[in-house]
Unconditional design. Structure first.
Ligand code: GLV
Ligand code: MN
Ligand code: MN
Length: 382
């Protein structure tokens, strides 16, 4: 299985995308800026006038991700702006901005929606500085190498206060629209979700000579925890996924000393999510006790549940001829911003529902319908 994109923040491929965003902004005569957290902005009109309407998404990807998750929202934002200009922006319109948020997937530094989270003051800059990638490179070092001042990262309340409404268009990450025969839907809620790192620590030893009763094998504890997480989540009507694992020393003929597994868990409400993760932790600790393995759990990222602005949602749905309102388990920058700014989301049909994988797809006609829908919704706000 091959294919897919690795558009990680502050890397060479991502720099190409940043250059593309800047060129698109300048080609349209938009004012271009990069904020203190590395998020890119392009402005028609003066954002200092306030009450701005902003649209956009992100350009980064998960490892071997698809083409649409993120970029569709940014490309559609520029295309919707073009369409609005063709239609003739109403005189005295509110400022209109296009944004690309940095490190939405958290694929490099582990914290989802890092750019919007920093701007919203939902992560301490000192903690963000210490985040490291798989090669041990810190966020601060990566930013410095990319020519961005890491000392400047942090809350950006003045910038957010200029925004009166934020609309993010995104490929749907499910098949609801296909089932409804609709090209575009609007967002209703985002499930609370988070990421937890489980460190299972045992003792390295020889795979061929260590007696079974002498082993302290963290792989066993990890395997048991994965199965228990799946079962607990199913019973709770929630989701629990171990999608990333690292093993030390990683030798075929050695019992591991350390297995680190990352849990992604999501649930319809915060109470269910908390109880689910606490249950998984308990199971891991109990099993660890039997295996001679210690288990340490660190919460690396957490996002509370989000209900998008009912007013914006209803206006958008009405404007789009009664577009269906869809809940999602996927996180988005619009969800992070929703604490400070009225936000709405539009979803574009994804025939198979596959996302975070190379097969992610939306038909061209639906993408164009998405651009028109976005322009319509923005026009209603301007
Ligand atoms: C972002 O795509 C997430 O939901 O993890
Ligand atoms: Mn994603
Ligand atoms: Mn996304």
């Amino acid at each position: 299985m091959g294919g897919g994109y690795r558009r990680y923040v502050w890397t060479e491929p991502e720099a190409e995308l940043r250059a593309w965003f800047r060129a698109e902004a300048l080609a349209r005569g938009l004012a271009y800026e990069v904020d203190r957290n590395g998020n890119q902005w392009a402005w028609a009109g003066d954002p200092a006038a306030g009450d701005a309407v902003v649209t956009g998404s992100h350009l980064d990807s998960v490892p071997d991700g698809g083409a649409f998750d993120g970029p569709l929202g940014v490309v559609s934002a520029f295309a919707a702006l073009d369409l609005l200009r063709e239609r003739g922006l109403p005189p005295g319109s509110r400022p209109l901005g296009v944004v690309a948020f940095a490190e939405e997937e958290g694929a490099r530094f582990g914290v989802a929606c890092l750019g919007s989270r920093l701007s919203s003051g939902l992560i301490e800059p000192a903690r963000a500085h210490r985040l490291t990638d798989a090669d041990g490179v810190s966020l601060a070092a990566a930013m410095e190498r990319a020519g961005q001042d890491p000392g400047a990262i942090g809350p950006d309340p003045e910038r957010l206060a200029r925004i009166g409404a934020f609309v993010e268009l995104h490929i749907e990450q499910g098949r609801a629209l296909a089932g409804l025969g609709r090209a575009v839907g609007v967002g209703s809620v985002i499930w609370p979700h988070g990421r937890w790192r489980f460190d299972f620590r045992g003792e390295a030893n020889h795979a061929g000579t260590t007696r079974v009763e002498d082993r302290r094998d963290p792989m066993l504890t990890y395997a048991h925890t994965v199965l228990a997480a799946r079962k607990r989540a199913r019973l709770a009507g929630a989701l629990a996924t171990f999608g990333k694992v690292a093993v030390e020393p990683g030798a075929v003929n050695a019992i591991p000393s350390l297995v680190t597994g990352w849990l992604d868990s999501r649930a319809p409400d915060g109470g269910t999510l908390d109880a689910l993760v606490a249950g998984i932790e308990r199971t891991a600790a109990e099993r660890g006790g039997r295996d001679g393995v210690t288990v340490a759990v660190t919460r690396e990222s957490h996002t509370a549940g989000v209900a998008f602005s009912a007013e914006l949602r209803d206006r958008a749905a009405h404007r789009l001829g009664g577009a269906p309102a869809l809940p999602t388990g996927a996180g988005h920058d619009a969800g992070i911003l929703s604490g400070a700014v009225p936000t709405a989301m539009l979803y574009v049909r994804n025939p198979t529902g596959v996302s975070h994988a190379p097969a992610e797809h939306a038909d061209e006609g639906d993408c164009l319908a998405g651009v028109t829908a976005l322009a319509d919704v923005l026009e209603g706000l301007l």
